[in-house]
Design a protein. Structure first.
Length: 116
């Protein structure tokens, strides 16, 4: 999947000896699977950095998220899906941007969303 959006982290993550000499400045959506029957979006977020404007996947293990509606609470899935653009070549950029913004807003990855 082409990376079209990422969260530029407020504070870069230092992988130390795990990936010596690198600083992970961004987190991006590297996998998305929507399940309309269960009203959920399965998302994989991966740390990395930009090289000439292109996201480079870091060595840190990706983190998995399930974005759903909260019973008696916030309709995260419904709110997200309502924002997804319909068709067009910018569909994936829009979807990734929406997910990245949600991740930042919910405090999972504090930072600013950038389109690549």
């Amino acid at each position: 999947m082409a990376i079209k959006a990422a969260v530029q982290l407020t504070t870069a993550w230092d992988p130390g000896d795990f990936d010596a000499g690198k600083s992970y400045t961004h987190v991006a959506v590297t996998r998305v699977a929507e399940n309309t029957e269960s009203n959920s979006v399965q998302v994989q977020m991966t740390h990395g950095y930009l090289d000439a404007g292109v996201f480079v996947v870091g060595l840190k293990d990706p983190k998995q998220f399930a974005i759903t509606n909260v019973s008696g609470g916030t309709a995260h899935y419904d709110n997200m899906v309502a924002k997804v653009p319909v068709g067009g070549e910018n569909l994936m950029a829009g979807y990734q941007g929406i997910i990245c913004q949600w991740m930042a807003d919910e405090g999972h990855y504090p930072g600013t969303v950038v389109l690549l």
